[in-house]
Design a protein around this ligand. Structure first.
Ligand code: NAD
Length: 367
């Protein structure tokens, strides 16, 4: 499917090729009305222009909703990161996109790119402003600090408050115990919120009295799976979504809730920590039942807010404060503006209004 231009963008679709390495890549800068386009570099063998454009547009809304002065963009490098010379590909890509960085594009990590690749981009382009998610030794605020999980925790508290739930009486189930799931649980348990189930690729561990965070972390590190946790029942990974809990946090894979299991969801609040844990149609089924769905780009924006803090040179402490302020304010705004329980429509509307406002102020469109 060809990329369709509309009132928002994309402003630039830049295909690049390097004769020496055979590297092919694409950078899509969707909309820069609010600031330079910001989005990660995806390094996979089947990446294409259309996929990168869809992701760039999603970043336009995510950054606007997060209320950071960045537009939307995304990049893709085609290649199997296990077989090609990854550093040579990264350097070649950085050289080719250099004329646009950081004025129109700022890189970040995505699938198969990490703090190491972000350091290479900054090195090749010649400024730390070229990328975020860099190692802390060169002034970065890496994802490993847990900003996304912290933001998911903040968003969960706002959701519980909105439904007048007593946080010390609620139970929570979390899918995934990677970067996002681990930090979400850490902050929930620090607040004495009862996390009763956690899953990974091997299955779910469940104890209705609650799981101990330190013990679970130790089990995952030593045994490689949460299912080796001693004090709990082991269920399948899919069973997690059916549990009788107050809050369900899908935090690992896409499309885990779908037409076949959506009616089994018993949780009253679903906080989308992962990207696209379900399609909009499935979300609507839950919304029609009166459940509160906090959409992915509202709940998991802690990472992009942290990127902005890194770019501005803020400290780790300042970053956590800003993540909390922005996630709490934006989640509350979305819930307050929601009509007919459609939180995604409200969030998208707020993001669009912010982008349109910036475009009008720049004189890119008339009022
Ligand atoms: P990660 O690779 O650190 O962890 C993924 C986790 O998913 C692992 O614990 C893995 O065991 C688990 N998993 C794999 N298969 C599973 C299964 N069948 N059932 C249950 N768990 C399974 O990834 P992450 O950084 O935590 O990202 C998770 C999701 O959050 C992704 O959708 C990602 O796009 C999204 N996200 C991440 C960030 C971030 O800052 N890390 C920011 C925004 C969105």
């Amino acid at each position: 499917m060809a990329i369709q231009n509309d009132e928002f963008g994309p402003e630039r679709v830049i295909e690049v090729y390097d004769q020496r390495t055979g590297m092919w890549g694409v950078l899509v800068i969707d909309n820069t009305a609010r600031g330079p386009g910001k989005g990660g570099i995806r390094f996979v063998s089947d990446v294409n222009r259309e996929e990168v454009f869809a992701l760039a547009r999603a970043m336009t809304w995510k950054n606007a909703l997060a209320d950071i002065p960045f537009g939307g963009a995304k990049a893709g490098i085609r290649g199997d990161p296990k077989t090609v010379n990854k550093e040579a590909f990264m350097r070649a890509f950085a050289r080719r996109i250099k004329p646009f960085v950081p004025e129109f594009y700022i890189a970040g990590p995505d699938m198969n790119t990490t703090e190491r690749e972000m350091a290479i981009v900054a090195d090749e382009i010649g400024t730390p402003l070229a990328s975020t998610g860099k190692p802390s030794s060169i002034g970065g605020l890496p994802h490993e600090l847990g900003s996304t999980g912290f933001g998911v925790f903040c968003s969960t508290l706002v959701g519980a408050g909105f439904l007048n739930l007593d946080i010390n009486k609620i139970s929570v189930a979390i899918e995934g115990f990677g970067n996002v799931g681990t930090f979400t649980m850490k902050y929930l348990t620090e607040k004495e919120i009862n996390v009763v189930a956690v899953s990974d690729s091997k299955g779910t561990v469940y104890n209705e009295k609650g799981l101990d965070f330190e013990q679970l972390l130790d089990t995952k590190v030593k045994k490689g799976t949460v299912t080796a946790y001693k004090d709990g029942k082991v269920l399948s990974a899919e069973d997690l979504f059916k549990l009788k809990v107050d809050v369900l946090i899908p935090g690992a894979r896409p499309n885990v809730i779908h037409s076949k299991n959506v009616n089994d969801v018993k949780a009253q609040i679903i906080v989308e920590a992962a990207n696209i844990p379900m399609e909009y149609e499935t979300e609507k089924v839950l919304m029609k039942k009166g459940k509160l769905v906090i959409p992915d780009f509202v709940a998991n924006a802690g990472g992009v807010i942290s990127s902005y803090c890194e770019w501005r040179g803020y400290s780790e402490k300042e970053m956590f404060k800003i993540v909390e302020e922005k996630i709490v304010r934006n989640t509350q705004l979305v819930l307050d503006k929601t009509v007919s329980n459609d939180t995604r429509a409200a969030a998208l509307q707020i993001a669009k209004e912010r982008v349109i406002d910036a475009m009008e102020k720049r004189g890119w469109r008339s009022k």
